[in-house]
Design a protein around this ligand. Structure first.
Ligand SMILES: Nc1ncnc2c1ncn2[C@@H]1O[C@H](COP(=O)(O)OP(=O)(O)O)[C@@H](O)[C@H]1O
Ligand SMILES: [Mg+2]
Length: 376
């Protein structure tokens, strides 16, 4: 049974903000609720001045939502609420990269100087030949897993590869690529990315503590995304793989406006319902003039590790059919496999952990197809 937005709101209505003595919903703090299957994300708008004091409230809200039946993951984000109309997005000050908490609370507050990047704000990124976005309409279909493995597979083919974790709401690449620590910024202008498995990574997850709610309003997150595109010393890259958040929102729009995305890959599971969402993603890429260079069916079939029997848990072949329908290349099927999950969760993608396994070979084949067509 999946949870409904009404149930989430009802649970939040039982969480009291002690500083006001009213519950957070009546206090008008609820900025949004988004559900992707059993994962719930809640945005609470708070007065930047009270940011730190609100963290226990955020924790309580998270616990209240997590306790609902049908919820596997609840995250609450605090964004700075301001009573004045939104000014042009003030990018959060990433200059403090490497120096602790500079950006966490109330950045971009009135009076704070707006730091202008010296580099151009749109068009191609210097030194980066291609940008390949990995998208899907829905969360949990394996975009991040595919992005990480594809990036490592492309590097194994000799490509110079960067990975931009554009899921600013729920970054997962630091964990998937086994990268921790904070990127440094010796000149206070450019951020030096970190590297593992032959892949250069930038993620907002490297700048914020994993277990802390961060106070960034939407426009500030988009500012952070732009900085991660343009103020990172990517070096010379054949391809920058971009791991998108689920859906068709701000990040996708910002990316298409602020960079020249040369191609998009849509990941779907074979389920009809996921495919329906994949169609939305396809539609969005069309609207933003981003060529869809292929589709991947993830969690395609399950091969029993004990008896070898193949089970089509989510059905099979839907993504291939959809690719044919829209005339996009079908890049391949990735099976549902315990090694794919375990290696992803442990920081060594399966392509690096078991390069000769059938699962790794699938990713490597997809990487070679993308190189062959000039998209990576
Ligand atoms: N082919 C697969 N086999 C097994 N587990 C997978 C596979 N693809 C993804 N997963 C697991 O499913 C979960 C969601 O995947 P993730 O890549 O984070 O999805 P998304 O980025 O689309 O939200 C993760 O725990 C991941 O390890
Ligand atoms: Mg993801």
């Amino acid at each position: 049974m999946s949870v409904t937005e009404a149930e989430v709101r009802a649970a939040l209505a039982r969480v009291v903000d002690p500083s006001r003595g009213t519950d957070i919903v009546s206090a008008g703090m609820l900025g949004g609720v988004s559900l992707t299957g059993s994962e719930v994300r809640v945005i609470l708008e708070v007065d930047p001045a009270k940011g730190r004091a609100m963290e226990p409230v955020a924790k309580a809200a998270e616990a209240a939502v997590a306790a609902l039946p049908g919820v596997t993951k609840a995250s609450v984000m605090l964004t700075a609420h301001s009573d004045t109309p939104t000014a042009p997005a003030a990018p959060p000050n990433l200059r403090g990269a490497g120096h602790g908490h500079s950006h966490s609370h109330g950045g971009g507050a009135p009076g704070e100087p707006l730091r202008q990047a010296a580099k151009p704000q749109s068009g191609p990124i210097e030194g980066v030949d291609r940008i390949l976005a990995i998208g899907s309409g829905k969360g949990g279909v394996g975009k991040s897993t595919v992005s990480a493995n594809l990036a490592v597979a492309l590097a194994a083919e000799g490509r110079r590869v960067g990975l931009l974790d554009a899921d600013v709401y729920g970054p997962s690449q630091p964990r998937m690529l086994g990268i921790s620590g904070r990127p440094s910024s010796p000149d206070g202008q450019t951020i030096l990315p970190l590297r593992n498995h032959g892949v250069t990574l930038m993620s907002i997850g490297l700048l914020t503590p994993e277990d802390k709610a961060t106070i960034w309003r939407g426009p500030m997150l988009m500012g952070a995304l732009q900085q991660m595109l343009r103020q990172v010393a990517w070096g010379r890259l054949d391809v920058l793989v971009v791991d998108l958040p689920p859906g068709t929102g701000d990040v996708q729009l910002t990316l298409s406006q602020k960079a020249e995305v040369t191609g998009a890959v849509v990941v779907s599971t074979p389920q009809d319902i996921a495919l329906l969402d994949a169609k939305k993603a396809l539609d969005m890429f069309e609207k933003t003039n981003t060529p869809v260079v292929g589709m991947i069916e993830n969690m395609s079939t399950f091969v029993c590790p004990c008896c070898g029997e193949e089970t089509q848990i989510f059905g099979h072949g839907g993504a291939r059919a959809e690719a044919e329908r829209i005339g996009a290349p079908f890049l391949g099927e990735v099976p549902l496999d315990i090694d794919v999950r375990l290696s992803g969760d442990s920081g060594v993608p399966v392509v690096a952990a078991k390069p000769q396994s059938p699962q790794a070979l699938r990713f490597r084949e997809i990487a070679r197809k993308l190189i062959g067509t000039g998209h990576a």
